[in-house]
Write a protein that binds this ligand. Sequence first.
Ligand code: ADP
Ligand code: MG
Length: 477
Amino acid sequence: QSVTTHKRTIMMNADQVKELAEVAKDAALLHGVLMRTQETPMSSELVSYAPFTLFPTPVPKAVFHQALAVQTFYNTLVDKISQDSEFLQEALASTIAVDDFTARLFKIHQMILKEGKSQDIVLGLNRSDYMLDQGGDGTSSLKQIEINTIAASFGGLSSRTPDVHRLVLTVAGRKEESQQILDNNPAAGLARGIAKAWELYGAPRAVVMFLVEESQRNIFDHRFVENELWKRGMRTIRKRFDHVSKTGFLDKEKRLFVDGQEVAVVYFRNGYMPQNYISEQAWDARLLMERSLAVKCPDINTHLAGTKKVQQVLAKPGVLERFLPDHPEAVQQIRATFAGLYTLDMGAEGDKNIAMALATPDRFVLKPQREGGGNNIYGTEICQVLEAVKESSERTAYILMDKIQPTPQQNYLLRRDAPLKISDCLSELGVFGTYVRQGTHMVMNECVGHLLRTKSSEHQDGGVAAGVAVLDNPLLI
Ligand code: ADP
Ligand code: MG
């Protein structure tokens, strides 16, 4: 199996590609790789396939396994950070002075810290994302893009994409390759974590509440996780912030009730960007849930542990050791995945980093504290933004990061309403982690699957929801 085989695979004539693309789309529909349409995001009356690549993408075996192997260490790290309020305060101080959204989240964190947490069960469902940086010598190294500690998506759909690519390759006469597509079932692994937290909560009639957006194009991704919970006999409800603010309350024991039902676990699939909080009531609802006895996934501390500012601070010498003092192996494996990350805090170091970015902007990505794709700044725009903010504390809203340069690979991106054409593509590998802690006891800590997303190299930024990347599968080489 090699890159050459991949090149041969995609070199088909136009008619063959067209025919295979039709097969692929129908296979996606058959296997449930679905999304609601842009026109009808509120109902499942009309659905289409979720965008995906026609072919799987070659990924070197060694880096793939490296990414899986480091995941439980990342789970531990995130969990430790979330328990260190002093660290969060110090790391985020310059950010919250200028970034209102992070500041609001931090305010909730401070309130809970003062009041005392009511629940000692912690459920973490995260996804660590990587790109493969090409070395001069033809090798590639695994570099983390970010870790998502809230609403990490596509664990559901990526549990179904392997069968789609298997079918496509089989129809294309590449049976052998099709057998090399890895099994993948993050949906089951995420649900295992939710079920464990629900069990520990200890009220058989209590439900799992998916906290969702108004527009739910990606509902099928959630449904695969829900389906795993239903199979266990658990009940789920899907509610928005406004439902919680209208009907939610805490009883004397701080148990959370929404629509008359006791909630054991709140699974946030919303609440990670400013636009998700359309009113003050939404913020009140977040606080209500945070104060409650329900297990929050994530709790506010873990949400903050996933910010890009924390990621940058972690890359400073000695910080990983602070969290993992007795685990040099974990420190080494985590650090190996770090790209260069640079502070823009006021002072000499920040000044130096800004000068470096202005001199060679193409080497960097400028990132604000935002999630969901489409927020980062690249190329000459880095200079425009930095020139405008470099003299003021506004600059501390951003971090600077080395730009990862993966080797482009050709593929066809199958997307509704987009012409079928071959594109130079870049891929991003995500790895799902699940952990559950009760008090000081780690009850569960697992790597539960992967996700490959691929985008045309014309686009610097962007996820699947942002309409840029599409779902893919790794083909290990
Ligand atoms: P978000 O929270 O919006 O997903 P990310 O840090 O994941 O923020 O960045 C969004 C996208 O931008 C990534 O999916 C990737 O395509 C691109 N990107 C981010 N950081 C880098 C980087 N250091 N080098 C190259 N591309 C990057
Ligand atoms: Mg991302």
